[in-house]
Design a protein around this ligand. Structure first.
Ligand SMILES: [Fe+2]
Ligand SMILES: [Fe+2]
Length: 287
Protein backbone atom coordinates (compact mmCIF):
# COMPACT_ATOMS: atom_id res chain seq x y z
CA UNK A 1 0.00 0.00 0.00
CA UNK A 2 1.72 3.21 -1.14
CA UNK A 3 1.20 6.54 0.52
CA UNK A 4 2.60 9.53 -1.29
CA UNK A 5 0.45 12.08 0.49
CA UNK A 6 2.16 12.16 3.89
CA UNK A 7 4.50 15.14 3.15
CA UNK A 8 1.68 17.12 1.58
CA UNK A 9 -0.66 16.28 4.46
CA UNK A 10 2.01 17.11 7.06
CA UNK A 11 2.60 20.55 5.49
CA UNK A 12 -1.11 21.33 5.58
CA UNK A 13 -1.42 20.19 9.18
CA UNK A 14 1.62 22.25 10.23
CA UNK A 15 -0.01 25.34 8.72
CA UNK A 16 -3.32 24.56 10.43
CA UNK A 17 -1.55 24.12 13.76
CA UNK A 18 0.10 27.53 13.33
CA UNK A 19 -3.11 29.27 12.18
CA UNK A 20 -5.59 27.68 14.59
CA UNK A 21 -3.41 27.04 17.58
CA UNK A 22 -5.09 27.51 20.94
CA UNK A 23 -2.82 28.92 23.62
CA UNK A 24 -4.48 26.90 26.37
CA UNK A 25 -2.74 28.66 29.25
CA UNK A 26 -4.91 31.75 28.78
CA UNK A 27 -7.72 30.38 26.60
CA UNK A 28 -10.14 29.15 29.28
CA UNK A 29 -11.98 31.09 31.96
CA UNK A 30 -11.81 28.63 34.85
CA UNK A 31 -14.91 28.70 37.11
CA UNK A 32 -14.13 28.39 40.85
CA UNK A 33 -16.41 25.35 41.12
CA UNK A 34 -18.65 23.32 38.82
CA UNK A 35 -22.30 22.53 39.67
CA UNK A 36 -22.81 19.03 41.08
CA UNK A 37 -26.38 18.87 39.81
CA UNK A 38 -25.38 18.97 36.13
CA UNK A 39 -23.96 16.30 33.86
CA UNK A 40 -20.17 16.51 33.45
CA UNK A 41 -20.28 13.69 30.92
CA UNK A 42 -22.94 12.87 28.36
CA UNK A 43 -25.36 10.28 29.78
CA UNK A 44 -25.16 8.57 26.37
CA UNK A 45 -21.37 8.18 26.77
CA UNK A 46 -21.36 6.88 30.34
CA UNK A 47 -19.84 3.44 30.84
CA UNK A 48 -23.27 2.24 31.97
CA UNK A 49 -25.18 3.54 28.93
CA UNK A 50 -27.53 0.94 27.40
CA UNK A 51 -26.54 -1.67 29.99
CA UNK A 52 -28.52 -3.61 32.59
CA UNK A 53 -26.70 -1.62 35.31
CA UNK A 54 -28.09 1.64 33.91
CA UNK A 55 -31.65 0.53 34.60
CA UNK A 56 -30.87 0.19 38.31
CA UNK A 57 -29.69 3.80 38.73
CA UNK A 58 -31.68 6.95 39.37
CA UNK A 59 -31.13 10.18 37.41
CA UNK A 60 -29.43 11.62 40.48
CA UNK A 61 -27.00 8.69 40.66
CA UNK A 62 -26.24 9.05 36.95
CA UNK A 63 -25.45 12.74 37.37
CA UNK A 64 -23.15 11.91 40.27
CA UNK A 65 -21.46 9.19 38.25
CA UNK A 66 -21.04 11.56 35.29
CA UNK A 67 -18.71 13.73 37.39
CA UNK A 68 -16.42 10.77 38.10
CA UNK A 69 -16.59 9.46 34.54
CA UNK A 70 -15.44 12.91 33.42
CA UNK A 71 -12.57 12.77 35.92
CA UNK A 72 -11.66 9.27 34.72
CA UNK A 73 -11.74 10.33 31.08
CA UNK A 74 -9.64 13.45 31.73
CA UNK A 75 -7.24 11.44 33.92
CA UNK A 76 -6.81 8.93 31.07
CA UNK A 77 -6.16 11.79 28.67
CA UNK A 78 -3.61 13.22 31.06
CA UNK A 79 -1.68 9.99 31.57
CA UNK A 80 -2.03 8.91 27.93
CA UNK A 81 -0.67 12.24 26.71
CA UNK A 82 2.28 12.00 29.08
CA UNK A 83 3.09 8.55 27.67
CA UNK A 84 2.52 9.81 24.12
CA UNK A 85 4.94 12.73 24.54
CA UNK A 86 7.51 10.39 26.00
CA UNK A 87 7.20 7.76 23.26
CA UNK A 88 6.93 10.15 20.31
CA UNK A 89 9.98 12.13 21.53
CA UNK A 90 11.91 8.88 21.91
CA UNK A 91 11.46 7.76 18.29
CA UNK A 92 10.70 10.90 16.25
CA UNK A 93 14.22 11.46 14.94
CA UNK A 94 14.57 7.85 13.85
CA UNK A 95 11.51 7.88 11.58
CA UNK A 96 12.14 7.48 7.83
CA UNK A 97 9.62 10.17 6.86
CA UNK A 98 11.85 13.15 5.97
CA UNK A 99 10.53 16.60 6.83
CA UNK A 100 7.07 15.29 7.68
CA UNK A 101 8.42 14.65 11.15
CA UNK A 102 8.36 18.41 11.73
CA UNK A 103 4.63 18.06 12.42
CA UNK A 104 5.47 16.01 15.51
CA UNK A 105 6.85 19.14 17.19
CA UNK A 106 3.39 20.69 16.86
CA UNK A 107 1.73 17.53 18.11
CA UNK A 108 3.95 17.43 21.22
CA UNK A 109 3.39 21.15 21.82
CA UNK A 110 -0.39 20.68 21.71
CA UNK A 111 -0.37 17.53 23.84
CA UNK A 112 1.67 19.31 26.48
CA UNK A 113 -1.07 21.91 26.80
CA UNK A 114 -3.82 19.28 26.86
CA UNK A 115 -1.98 17.45 29.60
CA UNK A 116 -1.83 20.72 31.56
CA UNK A 117 -5.56 21.46 31.34
CA UNK A 118 -6.75 17.93 32.01
CA UNK A 119 -4.52 17.69 35.06
CA UNK A 120 -5.64 21.12 36.30
CA UNK A 121 -9.31 20.26 35.78
CA UNK A 122 -9.12 17.03 37.77
CA UNK A 123 -7.23 18.58 40.67
CA UNK A 124 -9.32 21.74 40.80
CA UNK A 125 -12.79 20.18 40.60
CA UNK A 126 -12.27 16.71 42.06
CA UNK A 127 -9.10 17.06 44.14
CA UNK A 128 -7.51 14.07 42.43
CA UNK A 129 -6.24 12.53 39.20
CA UNK A 130 -6.83 8.78 38.80
CA UNK A 131 -3.70 6.73 38.15
CA UNK A 132 -3.56 4.67 35.00
CA UNK A 133 -2.78 1.01 35.65
CA UNK A 134 -1.91 0.19 32.04
CA UNK A 135 1.19 2.42 32.17
CA UNK A 136 2.77 0.08 34.69
CA UNK A 137 2.95 -2.76 32.16
CA UNK A 138 6.37 -3.49 30.72
CA UNK A 139 6.77 -3.40 26.95
CA UNK A 140 8.84 -6.05 25.21
CA UNK A 141 11.95 -5.22 23.18
CA UNK A 142 11.43 -5.34 19.39
CA UNK A 143 13.14 -4.22 16.19
CA UNK A 144 13.08 -0.48 15.41
CA UNK A 145 10.67 -0.97 12.53
CA UNK A 146 8.13 -2.76 14.71
CA UNK A 147 8.74 -0.35 17.59
CA UNK A 148 7.99 2.70 15.39
CA UNK A 149 4.82 1.17 14.03
CA UNK A 150 3.62 0.14 17.49
CA UNK A 151 4.30 3.58 19.01
CA UNK A 152 2.08 5.32 16.46
CA UNK A 153 -0.54 2.57 16.29
CA UNK A 154 -0.92 2.74 20.09
CA UNK A 155 -1.11 6.54 19.94
CA UNK A 156 -3.84 6.26 17.32
CA UNK A 157 -5.84 3.72 19.34
CA UNK A 158 -5.73 6.10 22.31
CA UNK A 159 -6.65 9.16 20.21
CA UNK A 160 -9.44 7.52 18.19
CA UNK A 161 -11.12 6.31 21.39
CA UNK A 162 -10.68 9.74 22.99
CA UNK A 163 -12.20 11.33 19.90
CA UNK A 164 -15.48 9.49 20.48
CA UNK A 165 -15.70 11.05 23.95
CA UNK A 166 -14.72 14.53 22.75
CA UNK A 167 -17.52 14.41 20.19
CA UNK A 168 -20.16 12.99 22.55
CA UNK A 169 -19.35 15.42 25.36
CA UNK A 170 -18.89 18.57 23.30
CA UNK A 171 -22.17 18.09 21.43
CA UNK A 172 -24.52 17.10 24.26
CA UNK A 173 -26.36 20.17 25.57
CA UNK A 174 -27.08 18.44 28.88
CA UNK A 175 -23.36 18.57 29.68
CA UNK A 176 -21.96 21.47 31.70
CA UNK A 177 -20.85 24.36 29.47
CA UNK A 178 -17.26 24.49 30.69
CA UNK A 179 -16.78 20.75 30.27
CA UNK A 180 -18.19 21.02 26.76
CA UNK A 181 -15.77 23.83 25.96
CA UNK A 182 -12.78 21.75 27.04
CA UNK A 183 -13.97 18.78 24.97
CA UNK A 184 -14.47 21.05 21.96
CA UNK A 185 -11.00 22.61 22.21
CA UNK A 186 -9.46 19.18 22.58
CA UNK A 187 -11.51 17.80 19.69
CA UNK A 188 -10.30 20.42 17.21
CA UNK A 189 -6.61 19.68 17.87
CA UNK A 190 -7.06 15.92 18.12
CA UNK A 191 -8.73 15.88 14.70
CA UNK A 192 -5.39 17.01 13.24
CA UNK A 193 -3.37 14.47 15.25
CA UNK A 194 -5.65 11.68 14.06
CA UNK A 195 -5.37 12.75 10.42
CA UNK A 196 -1.58 12.71 10.73
CA UNK A 197 -1.55 9.38 12.54
CA UNK A 198 -3.72 7.70 9.92
CA UNK A 199 -1.41 8.90 7.13
CA UNK A 200 1.76 8.05 9.02
CA UNK A 201 0.84 4.44 9.71
CA UNK A 202 0.74 3.52 6.03
CA UNK A 203 4.48 4.10 5.28
CA UNK A 204 5.45 2.64 8.67
CA UNK A 205 3.36 -0.48 7.96
CA UNK A 206 5.20 -1.26 4.72
CA UNK A 207 8.24 -2.54 6.59
CA UNK A 208 6.66 -3.44 9.90
CA UNK A 209 4.15 -5.82 8.31
CA UNK A 210 6.56 -7.31 5.78
CA UNK A 211 6.79 -10.76 7.43
CA UNK A 212 4.24 -13.09 8.93
CA UNK A 213 6.17 -13.22 12.18
CA UNK A 214 6.24 -9.45 12.70
CA UNK A 215 2.58 -9.16 11.68
CA UNK A 216 1.61 -11.74 14.30
CA UNK A 217 3.60 -9.93 16.96
CA UNK A 218 2.01 -6.58 16.06
CA UNK A 219 -1.48 -8.06 16.04
CA UNK A 220 -0.99 -9.50 19.49
CA UNK A 221 0.40 -6.21 20.87
CA UNK A 222 -2.43 -4.14 19.37
CA UNK A 223 -5.12 -6.51 20.61
CA UNK A 224 -3.64 -6.09 24.09
CA UNK A 225 -3.60 -2.29 23.71
CA UNK A 226 -7.22 -2.17 22.62
CA UNK A 227 -8.27 -4.42 25.47
CA UNK A 228 -6.41 -2.26 28.01
CA UNK A 229 -7.87 0.95 26.64
CA UNK A 230 -11.38 -0.47 26.86
CA UNK A 231 -10.82 -1.83 30.37
CA UNK A 232 -9.62 1.57 31.58
CA UNK A 233 -13.02 3.07 30.70
CA UNK A 234 -14.49 0.97 33.53
CA UNK A 235 -12.36 2.22 36.41
CA UNK A 236 -13.90 0.88 39.66
CA UNK A 237 -12.71 4.02 41.50
CA UNK A 238 -15.25 6.14 39.66
CA UNK A 239 -18.14 3.86 40.71
CA UNK A 240 -16.81 3.99 44.28
CA UNK A 241 -16.44 7.79 44.23
CA UNK A 242 -19.98 8.08 42.87
CA UNK A 243 -21.18 6.21 45.96
CA UNK A 244 -22.24 3.02 44.15
CA UNK A 245 -22.00 -0.29 45.98
CA UNK A 246 -19.74 -3.16 44.82
CA UNK A 247 -17.68 -1.19 42.26
CA UNK A 248 -15.70 -4.27 41.13
CA UNK A 249 -18.90 -6.15 40.44
CA UNK A 250 -20.29 -3.20 38.44
CA UNK A 251 -17.11 -3.19 36.36
CA UNK A 252 -17.24 -6.90 35.59
CA UNK A 253 -20.96 -6.81 34.82
CA UNK A 254 -20.39 -3.95 32.38
CA UNK A 255 -17.42 -5.60 30.69
CA UNK A 256 -19.59 -8.65 30.06
CA UNK A 257 -22.72 -6.74 29.03
CA UNK A 258 -23.66 -7.56 25.41
CA UNK A 259 -25.00 -4.06 24.73
CA UNK A 260 -21.75 -2.54 25.95
CA UNK A 261 -19.81 -4.84 23.63
CA UNK A 262 -21.91 -3.60 20.73
CA UNK A 263 -21.11 -0.01 21.68
CA UNK A 264 -17.39 -0.83 21.79
CA UNK A 265 -17.54 -2.47 18.37
CA UNK A 266 -19.88 -0.09 16.57
CA UNK A 267 -19.00 3.29 17.99
CA UNK A 268 -16.00 3.59 20.35
CA UNK A 269 -13.71 1.40 18.21
CA UNK A 270 -15.27 2.23 14.85
CA UNK A 271 -12.54 4.68 13.76
CA UNK A 272 -9.58 2.55 14.74
CA UNK A 273 -11.05 -0.64 13.26
CA UNK A 274 -11.32 1.14 9.92
CA UNK A 275 -7.67 2.22 10.11
CA UNK A 276 -6.42 -1.30 10.77
CA UNK A 277 -8.71 -2.83 8.11
CA UNK A 278 -7.22 -0.44 5.55
CA UNK A 279 -3.75 -1.69 6.49
CA UNK A 280 -5.06 -5.24 6.08
CA UNK A 281 -4.31 -5.83 9.74
CA UNK A 282 -7.01 -8.21 10.68
CA UNK A 283 -7.41 -7.75 14.43
CA UNK A 284 -9.54 -10.01 16.51
CA UNK A 285 -10.90 -7.23 18.69
CA UNK A 286 -13.09 -9.26 20.96
CA UNK A 287 -14.10 -6.64 23.52
FE1 LIG B 1 -4.66 15.51 23.49
FE1 LIG C 1 -3.47 14.02 20.30
Amino acid sequence: MKNTSLPERANKLIQLSIDNHIYAFNYFQWPDTLPENEYWFSPDALSIANSAVEKELTEEQKIKLSKWECINSFSLNNSGERELIHEVSRVMHELPIGESKEYLHHLIDEENQHMWYFNKFCNQYAGKVYTDKKLQLKKEKTSKVIDHFLVFARVLIFEEIGHYYNIMNSKDERVNQFVRQINKAHYSEEARHITFGRHLLTPLAEQALSSEESTLKIKSELNKSIQMNINSLYNPSMYRDAGLEKPMLIRSRLLEDENRKLIHQNTILKGIKKVFAKLELDLNVNV
